[in-house]
Write a protein that binds this ligand. Structure first.
Ligand SMILES: Nc1ncnc2c1ncn2[C@@H]1O[C@H](COP(=O)(O)OP(=O)(O)OP(=O)(O)O)[C@@H](O)[C@H]1O
Ligand SMILES: [Mg+2]
Length: 505
């Protein structure tokens, strides 16, 4: 028996203009959870796609249980016991959960696919996670978090010996994350080797045994997580020490600039926004905390003119605003960077430059003449500001790494020069270096008088960056905490109001 379950040796893979992997080494033991760490664009997903038969490396060798194997297709990978949860969701929206789980290996009866059996088996798998997902429902009707859990259940259902998870926790709630970690530990005990990709450093210590770091497509090193300080890992990742992570010069009691009263989504069923009132002061960063599903994104959608029947009063600079659509909102100087950027935000087949400037077209299109030089200038400015990694301004956005797509998106909204910037989970999927950059940009903007609303599920980010934090639970604001009094406990208490009441009852 070989010491390693999987060895990837001298893996090289290029794309036009990009050396995505250069002689990368990776070794996985049976029963270990091995983190793959690196900045956006470091090559993590590419390495995983080489293992999964989606990309074929120009050079290199893959060895499983001591034997060299050839993986030229997704089927080859599956035959070698490899199962992958990709960073982008790949479920078929108009099919049921069960159909998606069993795609290509449906249980057959006398008359074709045995749908009843398929749904029953899928339901059994789902119930192991206690998710409350119905195997017969369509993917289309599930939340992103639920879709993510279906992906996970599907991947595990293959009885694989190597399981790869590319940022599985980026859109699921804390409770689901804990369940996922339990499942991972369980699988590892049964000898499965797990490769885990995440930008959440705190998860490393919680669940990973060893970690391999990539930087700019090259192998930096492998360490035992428990023996390695976080600073060291960050330095390995970004090639330098990050001395300042959160940049925030807090403000207090500046004048009220923006105010919402009695915001309501107007829905009769499944109401998500219920009599929400809050205010934002000039140059403030106002955090919105709460569990997934608390109604934070929905509240902002009402304000931004995305919810048809929403009600309530919106006041800016003492004047009441009439917002019926995002165009109205933007006219008043409000910008919203949505949470689900993959689906809502980007024109995937268009270039980086198209995506960066789509919201500010008026700045370089005059009388139907496109000022290409100006378009390039704006694009370049935000690529520089955000340190977006792209081989050129003409690169199609789908070909950027996940985190870099995110940076293009945020840059685009910064280009609109908003007075009120609403950021929904701004650092999701973004590496530590880029996070620090985004925090710095936010701090800069507020100094120029911009007010920022930041929805975030990452408590450290809320605690360190926000001047005041509103906490929501079940469509309502349950409290407001200023930066001098904020703590994890204080937020969680307000975010889980129901349990607190339940206990006292
Ligand atoms: N299909 C493709 N065509 C062209 N370039 C690509 C393609 N896929 C990836 N790249 C480039 O290869 C490099 C590595 O990308 P990769 O997706 O592996 O990064 P990553 O480490 O997964 O980053 P992230 O943390 O942002 O997901 C990036 O520079 C990216 O732009
Ligand atoms: Mg990736």
């Amino acid at each position: 028996m070989s010491e390693y379950l999987l060895e990837m040796k001298n893996i090289c893979k290029s794309f036009p203009g990009v050396k995505a992997l250069q002689s990368v080494e990776f070794q996985l033991k049976a029963g270990e959870i091995h983190a793959l760490l690196g900045e956006n664009g470091a090559g993590k997903s590419t390495l995983i796609k080489v293992l999964g038969g989606i990309y074929i490396a120009e050079e290199g060798e893959i060895v499983i249980d001591g034997k060299p194997v050839v993986i030229n297709s997704v089927n080859d990978a599956r035959d070698n016991g490899i199962s992958i949860i990709h960073q982008e969701l790949v479920l078929v929206p108009r099919m049921t959960v069960a159909e998606n789980i069993f795609l290509g290996r449906e249980p057959m009866g006398k008359f074709g696919v045995d749908t009843r059996k398929m749904i029953a088996e899928a339901q059994k798998m789902l119930d192991r996670f206690d998710l409350g997902i119905d195997a017969a429902s369509e993917i289309f009707d599930l939340s992103i978090a639920q879709q993510q859990m279906v992906e996970i259940v599907k991947a595990i259902s293959f009885n694989c010996k190597i399981l790869v998870m590319d940022e599985p926790t980026s859109s699921i709630s804390d409770r689901e994350v804990l369940q996922l970690f339990d499942i991972m530990r369980n699988l590892a005990r049964q000898g499965v080797g797990i490769i885990y990709i995440s930008h959440k450093m705190s998860e490393l210590n919680e669940v990973c045994d060893r970690v391999t770091v990539l930087r700019d497509g090259t192998y930096v090193g492998t360490r035992v997580v428990a023996d390695t300080p976080r600073d060291e890992l960050i330095a390995m990742m970004v090639g330098r020490k990050l001395d300042q992570y959160y940049t925030r010069d807090h403000v207090k009691n500046t004048e009220v600039f923006f105010k919402c009263e009695h915001i309501d989504d107007g829905k009769k069923h499944q109401k998500r926004v219920n009599d929400v009132s809050f205010e934002v002061r000039k140059g403030e960063i106002v955090g919105f905390a709460g569990l997934v599903g608390a109604g934070r994104s929905e509240t902002m959608q009402c304000i931004f003119g995305l919810t048809r029947d929403s009600k309530g009063t919106i006041i800016m600079d003492g004047k009441e605003l009439k917002i019926k659509s995002p165009v109205d909102a933007m006219k008043y100087g409000i910008s919203l960077v949505p949470e689900n950027r993959k689906v809502e935000g980007l024109y995937h087949v268009q270039s980086v430059s198209f995506n960066s400037t789509i919201e500010v077209l008026h700045e370089f299109i005059r009388n139907l003449m496109v000022n290409t030089a100006r378009e390039r200038e704006i694009t370049q400015e935000y690529i520089d500001k955000m340190h977006t990694k792209t081989p050129s301004l003409e690169q199609t956005v789908t070909n950027l790494s996940g985190g870099n797509q995110q940076k293009v998106m945020i840059g685009r909204w910064l280009a609109t020069n908003p007075k009120l910037l609403i950021l929904d989970e701004p650092t999701r999927g973004v590496d530590v270096g880029a996070k620090a950059e985004i925090y710095e940009i936010m701090n800069e903007l507020t100094k120029q008088g911009v007010s920022i609303i930041m929805i975030s599920s990452e408590l450290p980010e809320i605690i360190n960056m926000a001047d005041r934090v509103y906490v929501m639970y079940d469509g309502r604001i349950t409290g407001c905490i200023d930066y001098e009094n904020v703590s994890q406990e204080a937020i969680m208490k307000l975010a889980t109001l129901e349990t607190a009441e339940g206990e006292s009852a």
